[in-house]
Design a protein around this ligand. Structure first.
Ligand SMILES: [Zn+2]
Length: 258
């Protein structure tokens, strides 16, 4: 008798345990990390001397390397996905479709900046918003450069549609992530903090989620490219981003999806 009660209690306890596990799993937030470009699309290009050989470095490779570290770190606590884990071509629409498929709570796109001026340097963070200023326009041109004519109009309309719903969350997330990056990177790597800025990026508008786009540094600046190419920098930067995201989720209730 006593033995059989124990069995029943054990059964109940294990049922309770498994249902708690399931509840916990479904409560965990879902994150989509998007390493910019990939495959045929190299993104911005930089040059670096390795001994006597001049090597071309692609934005897509540094972005993927950093995104993978962020993914590894955040996977411990959240459902975390990458739009690409390999060097492959993937359209902006495919990236956004994945956000829907996995019901992502947030979308983080990783890019490396470029400028015609080799002096330009520093890290900056963008969030989806429809403000209008010269700096935003410039970056829009860089990261939206494969988007033409009608798509630009669609871009604006889409952004307007999702903006009311997601902009406050995007702004909050960008602020927390940027602060965390600045704390870790600014002094240690002597990099300039270019701040948090509103922007309209096609991929962020399509994702329909609270979104941020990180420009890690300038690939067109040799000094900065050297820093960004090291594993140490990539690890520090990625860990700072992960810490910022953890803070964001601590302070935020799950935002409603469109
Ligand atoms: Zn890019």
């Amino acid at each position: 008798m006593f033995y059989s009660i124990n069995i029943e209690v054990m059964k109940l306890l294990s049922l309770l345990f498994f249902s708690l596990m399931i509840t916990n799993v479904s409560l965990a937030q879902s994150i989509l990390i998007d390493p910019g470009h990939g495959g045929e699309d190299c993104g911005a290009k930089g040059k670096i001397w390795r001994g006597k050989t001049l090597r071309i470095i692609c934005e897509k490779d540094i972005a993927l390397s950093i995104a993978k570290i962020i993914h590894k770190r955040l996977s411990k606590k959240f459902h975390t996905y990458l739009t690409r884990s390999l060097d492959r071509t993937i359209s902006l629409e495919q990236r956004a479709a994945l956000a829907d498929k996995i019901k992502a709570d947030i979308f983080i796109s990783i890019h490396i900046n470029a400028s015609t001026s080799k002096r330009s340097h520093g890290f900056e963070t963008f969030y989806l918003d429809n403000h209008d200023n010269a700096a935003v326009k410039k970056v829009e041109e860089v990261e939206n450069k494969n988007i033409k004519g009608e798509q630009v109009i669609i871009n604006k309309i889409l952004a307007d549609l999702v903006i009311d719903r997601t902009a406050p969350s995007s702004r909050k997330m960008s602020s927390l992530v940027h602060k965390s990056i600045s704390r870790k990177i600014k002094k240690k790597y002597k990099m300039v903090d270019r701040g948090v800025k509103p922007a309209i990026f096609y991929v962020m508008a399509l994702s329909k989620r609270p979104s941020i786009l990180l420009e890690v540094g300038f690939i067109s600046n040799t000094k900065e490219l050297r820093k960004m190419s090291t594993k140490k920098f990539q690890r520090d930067y990625a860990n700072a981003v992960a810490r910022g995201i953890e803070k964001y989720f601590k302070k935020t209730k799950r935002p409603p999806l469109l």
